[in-house]
Design a protein around this ligand. Structure first.
Ligand SMILES: Cc1cc2nc3c(=O)[nH]c(=O)nc-3n(C[C@H](O)[C@H](O)[C@H](O)COP(=O)(O)OP(=O)(O)OC[C@H]3O[C@@H](n4cnc5c(N)ncnc54)[C@H](O)[C@@H]3O)c2cc1C
Length: 447
């Protein structure tokens, strides 16, 4: 289809959602331009050379229970490789350090993880239809994951370990994290918390996530303009205009906006987004954490470590051992608590588990302070599933939101970004082909 505009569709953002939407729309015969504020594609996935090797600063692990990601890996012939299987387990409870086998630690969290996910299939029998349970959802969606844990009959040691696990999963405080989001994750793993855990942190993309996004972008065959930060998106009956920081104005028949929820309000929309969307953006995601890589002196037996959500780091696991060193990756729920680029601070945090550990070098990117993300992996707060998701997914005239933040299924993962990008591609194609005159945006923006 051809329009009087500069292009048919402008996609704002070249993360997995944006690149997927661009590819799908180009395949449907539309002219597509992608505008990306960073000097690279990939968004919250970023395979960067740090600590002498290629490290994932953002999204890392993938799994075959994530159907959209797996389909892309199959399409481009890209394999996965496992992280080392942990042998040792370390955990903090009541300020005391415990150590044992990884099996001991998994045994310790079993009751709490099973109890906090037991209702997964009841509320999410078809997890890609997350609102299917209808009127029964708001009550369960109103709970935070911490409130749910407090309802379970857990001993203090169990509670601390399980709470640390959920603080890690949410990349945030369990006081903020929506219990329903945890259930949705587990339902996507068939109701098994162990499979959910495996899906979250076991298999990495061979060659890094960079290889996958580059394969998708090359296949998309559209122009991706880097260092092109969008400041405004305006639309009227005639089309949409997208303005960049340098004042450039580009027109299109439709715009796909893939900004993470926490930075959605960094772009001015005219007419404004609906009140429901603005409210959700103002509230933001629960995920305000930090991911840290550290080179440790000495070869440690592969371990997994957990600490309660009040700690600077709540989970640590070994990613590589060799040449007299150990490479670990660790997560904390509140980025403000720990500067992941401060070697001494990271060493102190790791010493809660390994009192003699010597940290040689660290690497981290602060996604929360990053004004193009404002959050780590998207995780809903209590109430946001029933209160915001459907509204965030609803197109506003010519403007459609896409991204892992707005996914039905694995929201918080690469899979959710691809799923959402596919949906946006379909919705925009329908808008451009089936509607002769698009409805005036104001008619659609009432919340
Ligand atoms: C630390 C961390 C660990 C993670 N671990 C995993 C994991 O192990 N497995 C997994 O599957 N997922 C993981 N994720 C989540 C996964 O990376 C994301 O869900 C996914 O990459 C989001 O893709 P997206 O396209 O929705 O958003 P993004 O990747 O955030 O893409 C949005 C794009 O929009 C651009 N943008 C923003 N503002 C503007 C603007 N004004 N103008 C133009 N462009 C703009 C951004 O630069 C960005 O490129 C992790 C994320 C983080 C941060």
């Amino acid at each position: 289809m051809s329009t009087p505009h500069d292009t048919d569709v402008i996609v704002v953002g070249a993360g997995f959602a944006g690149v997927t939407a661009a590819r799908e729309l180009h395949r449907q015969g539309h002219r597509v331009l992608v505008l990306e504020a960073r000097d690279r594609i990939g968004g919250r996935t970023w395979t960067d050379t740090r600590l002498g090797r290629d490290l994932e600063m953002g999204g890392t692990w993938v799994h075959w229970v994530q159907p959209h990601t797996w389909a892309e890996l199959t399409r481009y012939g890209i394999g996965v490789t496992p992280s080392p299987t942990p042998v040792r387990g370390h955990w903090i409870s009541g300020g005391t350090r415990h150590t044992g086998t990884a099996e001991d630690l998994l045994g310790l969290i079993d009751r709490g993880m099973a109890g906090s996910t037991a209702e997964a299939l009841e509320y999410f029998p078809q997890p890609y239809r997350p609102l299917l349970a209808g009127d029964r959802l708001p009550e369960v969606d109103g709970l935070t994951v911490r409130e749910k844990l407090e309802q379970l009959d857990l001993g203090p040691e169990e509670f601390d370990a399980v709470e640390g696990m959920w603080a890690t999963n949410f990349s945030g405080r369990t006081e903020d994290g929506g219990y329903a989001q945890g259930l949705r994750w587990c339902a996507l793993a068939g109701g098994s918390w162990q499979l959910m855990f495996e899906a979250c942190a076991t298999y990495k993309v061979v060659g890094g996530t960079r290889g996958l996004i580059e394969a998708m972008a090359a296949d998309a065959g559209v122009e991706v303009r880097l260092d092109a930060r969008v400041t405004a998106v305006a639309q009227d009956d005639g089309g949409a205009t997208v303005t960049l920081t340098d004042g450039t104005a580009l027109t299109a028949a439709s715009v796909v906006v893939t900004l993470p929820l926490d930075v959605l309000d960094s772009v001015t929309f005219d007419p404004p987004l609906s009140e429901g969307k603005r409210r959700a953006a103002h509230q933001g995601q629960a995920s305000q954490g930090v991911k840290v890589w550290a080179r440790l002196r000495g070869e440690h037996e592969p371990f997994v470590a957990l600490a309660p959500g009040s700690a600077p780091l709540t989970l640590c696991q070994v990613e590589h051992v060799g040449d007299g060193e150990t490479l670990v990756v660790a997560f904390g729920p509140v980025s403000e608590r720990l500067d992941g680029t401060d070697r001494a601070a990271v060493q102190e945090a790791l010493r809660a588990w390994l009192p003699d550990v010597e940290v040689l070098e660290v690497a981290s990117h602060d996604w929360v302070a990053d004004e193009l993300s404002g959050e780590t992996w998207p995780m809903q707060r209590a109430g946001q599933l029933t209160g915001a998701l459907a509204e965030l997914q609803r197109p506003e005239g010519r403007v459609v939101l896409a991204g892992s933040d707005y996914a039905d299924g694995w929201a918080g993962f690469i899979d959710g970004a691809i799923e959402s990008g596919l949906r946006a591609g379909r919705v925009v194609h329908e808008l451009l082909t089936s509607v002769e005159e698009l409805p005036a945006p104001t008619a659609l923006t009432r919340s």
